[in-house]
Ligand binder design. Sequence first.
Ligand code: MG
Length: 298
Amino acid sequence: MPPYLGESHASVIGFLQKLKLESFAGTFDPSAIMHYVDEVEEGNTAAKASVDIALHDLWGKMQGKPLYELLGADPNHTPYTSFTIGMDDTAMILQKLEEASDYPLLKVKLGGEHDMQILDTIRSVCSRSLSVDINQGWNDREEALDRIYRMKEMNVSFVEQPFAKNRFNDHAWLKERSPLPVFADESCQRLKDIAACASSFDGINIKLMKCTGLAEAREMIKEARKQGLKILIGCMSESSCAVSAAAALTPFANYADLDGPLLIKNNVFSGVEFIAGKICLPLLPGSGAVLKEPVFGM
Ligand code: MG
């Protein structure tokens, strides 16, 4: 559990122990169950997402159908995932580009003094499609706009979360002038945040761990479409368990950033695959995530 998100193993176990799901035994509607789960206690969004993903996996297994089919998603319409290049020195960035040579879309983490030098370095060796994630790292809006114009010249496709999450006015100012689409990540956690994002951003990054899972993510996709927002399906540091569930939503999205399982060493699940970056949804009933070998006494 990433510590900066405020959830821990202990908080997740504590939350799960508070749930009383017996009364739902007769009916099986993941969305209805998730309404109850969300009311039990505030926060705990990753813990709630774990319940949501288990419910959707079970739903698919009961119906004998892959999750994407139950969600009405066309498995032939999946996007490519981007592959993250973290902030680093030049030598490390070049090495990471080499390691990511199979992936045609890169997402570059920026938000500092050397942003343009990092992009110059990347562009000196590769012409692959790039998006950039500023992670709330910029302060000055005129400078932000200037950088985005230069990024447009460098063939960057979009910019994620330039300013601090509560600076909606500055994001709105930038949206009006930016030659590239501006996406909200930290500014858009859940369904209720979309209204404020619609006037300040061109798109939103939906992550199951922020929004409590697939039930709410589906609502967010509907609402974002209604508001004319582009959709990116993203993830945290996650195994193929959570990312296989998120991947089932990607046929509804403009972009996907689901490289979580590629960036961790302890992925105990198989599931969604990336063939030269293209998202390939598992055909198994449910989410398609399968434990590779028994762990934790399971
Ligand atoms: Mg982000």
